[in-house]
Design a binder for this molecule. Structure first.
Ligand code: SD4
Length: 333
């Protein structure tokens, strides 16, 4: 009631004389022009043991003045083609023995994102994600349709099955069990998932433009059609041209419920240090009672970085950052 009175008093007070003043008031209410984003020094951050090798691909490109978009794509392509069990072809089979890929890329200047989920029979998932971003208005394309899209974009179809994925599947299939994803949620019990190794990469180029990307073959013996956190913006990766970026790894089925990379970037936007932001994003998951293995690496556009993890007692999560001063590998405690 008191508020209503106050409003009508204000309206009344405008009166005839007040109308003349309106254009000035409207002018004053115009939002201020955003401050220009500082250029910043080039860097590339890549997760896990892939870091030094992927950064060694990306850093010379950055030093030559190439776009962070090309740099992140090249760094992740390098990992996708390594034949590691957790990224790319010949790795992590699903419940019926097929390897499928998830990937995402984000371009800071336009905040455009491209992603693929459950991509089949195409090796360079991050490059298909880039085509989704650059050639279409879509953000995420999945499954066999993602493969058909890739073929339209000129990618070659090939089997993603190899000796490692076949051997892992044969050993698991012998047990005659269904996917452990049918089990109870990892609350008050550990998730018991074996390893992880999704690659995440964040680069800032000499022009001050940020790119964030990630690629994975997901979770072992997943139910066919499963898409993890990696191609979900704010879950597997996120970035903001004015703030910085974050990439995640671990039990994506749980992690995507908390959008930890979005959370960390938003905390940094509010002024939090990257290390504190990484810890807060992981703590949110722990506070909800989940007992998973997962981690994030975070970097502010001025190059200050941090990381946090939960679980993974025997699996040392790390990330590497390369700048003009060299590469540093950071173990996440
Ligand atoms: C997923 N987050 O699909 C991925 C797996 C992973 O390191 O990170 N592996 O759930």
């Amino acid at each position: 009631m008191a508020d209503d009175k106050a409003i009508s008093r204000r309206r009344f007070a405008v009166g005839a004389a007040g109308l003349a003043a309106l254009p000035v008031a409207a002018e004053a209410a115009k939002p201020a022009k955003p401050a220009p984003i500082p250029v910043g020094k080039p860097f590339i951050l890549t997760t896990w043991d892939f870091g030094p090798g992927a950064n060694a691909i990306g850093w010379p490109m950055l030093a030559e003045g190439k776009s962070s978009l090309d740099v992140v794509e090249a760094a992740i392509n390098h990992v996708e083609l390594l034949g590691d069990y957790w990224v790319g072809a010949d790795g992590v089979p699903n419940e019926v023995g097929e390897t499928t890929l998830d990937a995402m890329i984000l371009w800071g200047p336009t905040h455009d994102i491209g992603a693929v989920g459950c991509l089949k029979r195409v090796k360079k998932a991050i490059s298909v994600a880039r085509k989704v971003m650059e050639e279409t208005q879509h953000t995420l394309i999945v499954g066999d349709d993602a493969t058909r899209f890739a073929a339209r974009m000129g990618f070659t179809e090939t089997s993603l099955t190899g000796p490692k994925s076949q051997a892992a599947f044969a050993k698991w299939a012998e047990k005659g069990e269904r996917s452990d994803a049918f089990g109870p949620e990892p609350i008050a019990r550990d998730d018991r998932l074996a390893g992880h190794d999704t690659v995440g990469s964040i680069a800032l180029d000499a022009a001050g433009n940020l790119t964030v990307g990630c690629s994975t073959n997901g979770r072992e013996f997943k139910i066919p059609g499963r898409v993890g956190d990696s191609p979900i913006p704010g879950a597997g990766a996120y970035g903001d041209q004015a703030v910085g970026g974050a990439v995640a790894t671990g039990n994506g089925d749980v992690m995507m419920r908390f959008l930890p990379t979005y959370h960390a970037v938003e905390l940094m936007r509010g002024g939090m240090h990257p290390q504190a932001a990484a810890e807060a994003a992981i703590k949110r998951i722990e506070d909800a009672g989940y007992r998973i293995s997962g981690g994030i690496a975070v970097i502010r556009r001025d190059g200050v970085h941090g990381g946090a993890k939960t679980g993974w007692k025997d699996n040392p999560f790390s990330y590497s950052v390369q700048t003009a001063s060299g590469n540093v590998k950071v173990p996440v405690a």
